[in-house]
Design a protein around this ligand. Structure first.
Ligand code: GDP
Length: 601
């Protein structure tokens, strides 16, 4: 195999900080990474860049060339920066390393015109939770109306040369971003005003197209890493490797492979490794370590170069047997001269840390990585949504079968984050009445689900309210007896609630409701109606009683409530009925409970 791709790097005990680029879709993450890669290549001679699996390494000399006067290499002893650049893999934010976030430092890209968007806020939430330091790249400054671009210039230089109008417009957009950061609980300022980057977030205005401000961004990243992360970067280079699985992929000629970011030690061909899998730790031997072939060599059939070993920090593809059940986001450890059982226990402990609490009733959750699964679980816990099962991977028929066993309809649901529905699971979803919610923004996903639950509740209550007998109190008016009996027809005033036809009517005798008959007609101003509201005077026909015997002019009458209905009204629907009806209900319950305190409870 070819020479070690990393052996050209400094034999330093300080590793490269791992940088993640995050932000809302279309705000310029890919363009920024391409620009950093592209200019690194064209600046070229020094160390150039090394293309890794899922990452790009930019050595210190190249950073310094790109940053011009802003980075003097003699001020630094970190070897450069490793940018994670797996496209579209915004959930790598949630990837972990031992005890923390996989990324040592992050860039949150925000479009200066578009400002904060859902994925911006989600990225900030995750960075906050994992305590990852970050800078904000306020991108696309070149789109400011009247902007006069200065290719590759540091921000102060180009800013000074702008018209007052253009710089004012940019300022106002930048202050809006600073304000938004403060709303999210971060004290922030333009980076050159920030003294302590541990306390304050620096905002760096940039353009990923004209490269303006990119020197500043690189200088801030290097400075921040050197100043606050040097100790964390001290590693035992020769020690057994530790990393995080970025992706599990089938690769022609190699079977199932792992794309891994190694953040500690060394991994070599033939090393025994322990990887987190769906059914627990997997123990296997490395068959090949693969790096992408530089573009120039792509004419060859082979897309990868084999290497003997790699040292942190780096991105590497690992081919080995038995990787089918490995999980994206899981830990991977080289065993080397340690006890295998100890390493297995270590991996188990890390997996347990991420394990989601599940209950006997709840929804099914699927996510693309362990980290995003954990982020989902946290968000669901906060939203008080119970989880029946939570797993990494695409949505399979088995998931649908499990979701369909939920008792409550609102739990016959699969919440999918950044995953696909396998073809044979699509049909199952329809057949089993299992609802699927999927999104690549966690809080959007949960909001959609909560809306669905609310909507269902509303619809249910409406049907329940329709079927349930509703309380009503009314009074027979003096001089309004139109017929004595069979049926009795009298004028009444509705005091509270809604009077509905066909309901049973009662009259209280002491604390005893005595049924006097059933309503068989309501007339309002000569018209037949099915119901009438509080405040109205109507004439009603009552089957059963005779005026002067069971009922009298001036009597207060009530619609008789079945105990079960009274209970549902009080316990579940009291927020949904009008105040006057609630008053009738309370009056009715009070009377009953003087006799039987537990009536309707
Ligand atoms: P991503 O979804 O965050 O990776 O965003 P992309 O990098 O794909 O950028 C989205 C669009 O914005 C593309 O059309 C880019 O060309 C454009 N874009 C990105 N950065 C800039 C910039 O600094 N200035 C201008 N004018 N356009 C940009």
């Amino acid at each position: 195999s070819d020479a070690d791709a990393n052996s050209a790097a400094e034999p330093n005990t300080l590793r490269t900080p791992i940088v993640a680029v995050l932000g809302h879709v279309d705000h310029g993450k890919t363009t920024l990474l391409d620009k950093i890669r592209g200019s690194a290549v064209s600046e070229g001679e020094a160390g150039a860049i090394t293309q890794h699996i899922g990452a790009t390494a930019v050595p210190l000399e190249t950073v310094s060339e790109m940053a011009g006067s802003l980075v003097d290499p003699s001020d630094f002893d970190l070897p450069g920066l490793l940018f994670i650049d797996t496209p579209g893999h915004h959930s790598f934010t949630t990837l972990r390393s031992r005890g923390g976030a996989l990324a040592d430092i992050a860039i949150v890209v925000v479009d200066v015109n578009d400002g904060f968007q859902p994925q911006t806020i989600e990225a900030l939430d995750i960075l906050k939770r994992t305590g990852t330091p970050f800078v904000v790249a306020a991108n696309k400054i070149d789109t400011t109306p009247g902007w006069n671009p200065h290719e590759g210039a540091p921000i102060q230089q180009t800013y000074e040369k702008q018209s007052q109008n253009a710089s004012q417009r940019l300022d106002s957009n930048l202050y809006e971003i600073i304000g938004n950061l403060s709303d999210e609980g971060f004290s922030a300022d333009l980076y050159w005003r920030v003294q302590n980057f541990q306390k304050n977030v620096g905002v760096v205005p940039i353009s990923a197209i004209t490269s303006e401000g990119i020197p500043d961004l690189l200088a801030v990243l290097m400075g921040l890493s050197q100043r606050y992360m040097k100790e964390q970067m001290e590693i035992d280079v020769a020690g057994p490797g530790a990393g995080t699985v970025l992706e599990v992929k089938d690769e022609r000629g190699f079977g199932t492979t792992l794309d891994v970011v190694l953040y500690d030690g060394t991994i070599a061909e033939d090393d025994t490794v322990v990887v987190g899998g769906m059914d627990g730790p997997i123990v296997t031997d490395v068959r090949a370590l693969l790096q992408p072939r530089p573009n120039a060599e792509i004419r060859t059939e082979k897309r990868f170069n084999k290497v003997d070993s790699v040292t942190a920090a780096s991105g590497i593809k690992i081919a080995a047997p038995d990787l089918e059940l490995a999980m994206a986001g899981a830990p991977i450890r080289v065993v080397r001269d340690r006890e295998l059982d100890d390493v297995i226990a270590e991996v188990e402990a890390e997996l347990a840390e991420i394990e989601v609490d599940t209950e006997e009733e709840g929804v099914v959750v699927k996510a693309d990585t362990l980290g995003s699964l954990e982020a989902m679980a946290n968000a669901l816990k906060e939203a008080e949504v119970p989880v029946l099962r939570a797993e990494v991977g695409d949505i399979a028929p088995r998931d649908v079968a499990i979701a369909s066993t939920a008792r409550e309809d609102e739990h016959k649901v699969i919440l999918g984050f950044n995953v696909d529905v396998l073809p044979n699971a699509k049909k199952e979803l329809d057949e089993n009445d299992v609802r699927l919610f999927d999104d690549d923004v966690i809080y959007q996903l949960i909001e959609d689900y909560e809306e669905f639950v609310e909507e269902r509740k509303r619809a249910q209550q409406e049907t329940v309210l329709d079927k349930i007998v509703r309380p009503c109190r009314f009074r027979i008016l003096e001089d309004h007896v139109f017929r004595q009996s069979s049926p009795a027809v009298v004028g009444v005033e509705i005091l509270s609630g809604t009077l509905k036809n066909n309901t049973h009517i009662a009259k209280w005798e002491g604390n005893e409701p005595k049924r006097v008959g059933q309503l068989s007609g309501i007339q309002q101003q000569g018209e037949d109606v099915s119901k009438a509201r509080a405040g109205k005077r109507v004439s009603v026909a009552i089957d059963g009683p005779t005026v002067g015997r069971q009922i009298e002019e001036g009597d207060e009458l009530w619609v008789q409530l079945p105990e079960k209905h009274a209970k549902i009204l009080e316990q579940e629907l009291s927020d949904d009925i009008p105040a006057d009806e609630l008053e009738a209900l309370t009056g009715y319950l009070d009377k009953h409970r003087q006799r039987d305190p537990f009536w309707g409870k």
